[in-house]
Design a protein around this ligand. Structure first.
Ligand SMILES: Nc1ncnc2c1ncn2[C@@H]1O[C@H](COP(=O)(O)OP(=O)(O)OP(=O)(O)O)[C@@H](O)[C@H]1O
Length: 309
C-alpha cells in the first residue's frame, strides 16, 4: 500500500539546543491506524506538531500525500486533521458553529450535510445547539475530533485522545476511531495506554528520547505475546542444564534454581508434558511450577529501559 505520510530523518532542536527529535523516519500507509507509544517527554507531541507545521523542523523532511510540509505547506496541511491533547474550545460557542468554523479556516465552502454527518457519527447531533461549556469532558473530546474532521482530512492525528477518559468512554472513542478508518481516514494516535494500542492499532511504534525504537505490525507483536514461559522451580539448585534435557531449549535462572521454558500458547503441542517427564527422568526434584505471559507492556518497558541504560 502507498505511503500517505513520509517522515525522513526528522530532527528538532528547541531553543537552548535540546534535541527533542533525533532523526525520526517513518512511513505511514493510507488507511492504517498507527499507535505511537512513548513515555513522557519522548517527543510524541513534538513529532505531531512538526508534521502539522506548528513547529519548524531543524532538518529532515515530511511529505503528506506527496506535498512537502515546508515548501507546499497549504496543500500538505489541508490533508491533515489534528486533535490536540489539550481541550482548547471556546466555551460559549455552539457545537455546530464551532465545527463549521473549523471547516471555514481551511477555505472550504459550507457543506451542511457533511457537518451533519460528522456530528451524527460522533453522537453529537443532539447536542449541536448546546454551548461547549455544557458538555461533558468526553463530549468535548468528540467536538475536538469533529472540528479536526470538518475540512475532510485524509490523515488524522490524535494526541492522547483518551487521556483522563473513563473506561467506557475510552471504548466508545475506539469505536469512533475504527469507524473513521472504515471511512478511509489514516490515523496516527499517541497514547500512554498499552491496551489502547492493542485494541485498535494496525501497527505500533515505540518512541523514546526522540528516537523511534520499533515500528511493528500489531499482529506480529501479538504473536510475540502468544509466547508464555513455564518456570520449573527446583528443590536444589544446579549449575547447568542436564544434557538429557538439551532438546527442550531451556534456560537456567541466574540462581540455578529454576528451568525456564518458553513456548507458544497457540501451537498444537506445547511440549510441557514431555518436558516435565524428562525433568523427572533427569533426577531433578520439582519444588513448584509457575507460568508467566509476556505482554506488550513487557516489550515496551524493556525497549524503553534498554534505551536509557
Ligand atoms: N517549546 C519547547 N522548548 C523546549 N523544550 C521543549 C519544548 N517543547 C517540548 N520540549 C521538550 O522536548 C521533549 C519532548 O517533549 P514532547 O512534548 O514532544 O514529549 P511527549 O512525548 O509528547 O510527552 P508527553 O507524553 O508528556 O506529552 C521534552 O523533554 C520537552 O521538555
Amino acid at each position: 500500500m502507498a505511503a500517505i505520510l513520509t517522515i525522513s530523518d526528522l530532527r528538532k532542536s528547541y531553543e537552548g539546543g535540546f534535541e527533542a527529535l533525533k532523526g525520526v523516519s517513518l512511513d505511514i500507509d493510507e488507511g492504517e491506524i498507527l499507535a505511537l507509544l512513548g513515555p513522557n517527554g519522548a517527543g510524541k507531541t513534538t513529532l505531531i506538531s512538526t508534521v502539522c507545521g506548528i513547529t519548524t523542523p531543524t532538518s529532515g523532511s515530511v511529505k503528506v500525500g506527496g506535498h512537502c510540509i515546508l515548501t507546499d505547506f497549504r496543500a500538505a496541511r489541508a490533508l491533515i486533521g489534528l486533535v490536540p491533547q489539550e481541550i482548547n474550545l471556546e466555551p460559549f460557542e455552539k457545537v455546530i458553529n464551532s465545527v463549521r468554523f473549523s471547516r471555514g479556516l481551511f477555505g472550504k465552502p459550507r457543506n451542511e450535510p457533511l457537518i451533519e454527518d460528522i456530528l451524527k457519527k460522533l453522537s453529537l447531533w443532539d447536542k449541536r445547539n448546546a454551548q461547549v461549556k455544557e458538555l461533558s469532558g468526553g463530549m468535548k473530546r468528540r467536538v475536538l475530533i469533529a472540528k479536526a474532521l470538518a475540512h475532510e482530512p485524509r490523515v488524522l492525528f490524535l494526541d492522547e485522545p483518551t487521556a483522563g477518559v473513563d473506561v467506557e468512554l475510552r471504548k466508545d472513542m475506539w469505536d469512533v476511531v475504527r469507524e473513521l478508518k472504515g471511512n478511509g481516514v489514516t490515523i496516527i494516535l499517541t497514547t500512554h495506554y498499552i491496551e489502547e494500542a492493542e485494541a485498535i492499532a494496525d501497527r505500533v511504534g515505540v518512541i523514546a528520547d526522540g528516537q523511534i525504537l520499533l515500528v511493528k505490525d500489531k499482529d506480529e507483536l501479538m504473536a510475540q505475546l502468544g509466547k508464555k514461559q513455564l518456570c520449573v522451580h527446583l528443590s536444589a539448585p544446579i549449575t547447568e542444564v542436564p544434557a538429557s534435557l538439551a532438546e527442550h531449549d531451556l534456560a537456567l535462572s541466574e540462581a540455578g534454581d529454576a528451568l525456564i521454558y518458553t513456548y507458544d500458547t497457540k501451537a498444537d503441542r506445547t511440549g510441557i508434558t514431555a518436558l516435565l517427564n524428562d525433568v523427572a527422568s533427569a533426577g531433578l526434584v520439582l519444588a513448584d511450577v509457575s507460568t508467566r505471559q509476556s505482554s506488550l507492556e513487557d516489550i515496551f518497558v524493556g525497549l524503553v529501559s534498554g534505551e536509557k541504560s
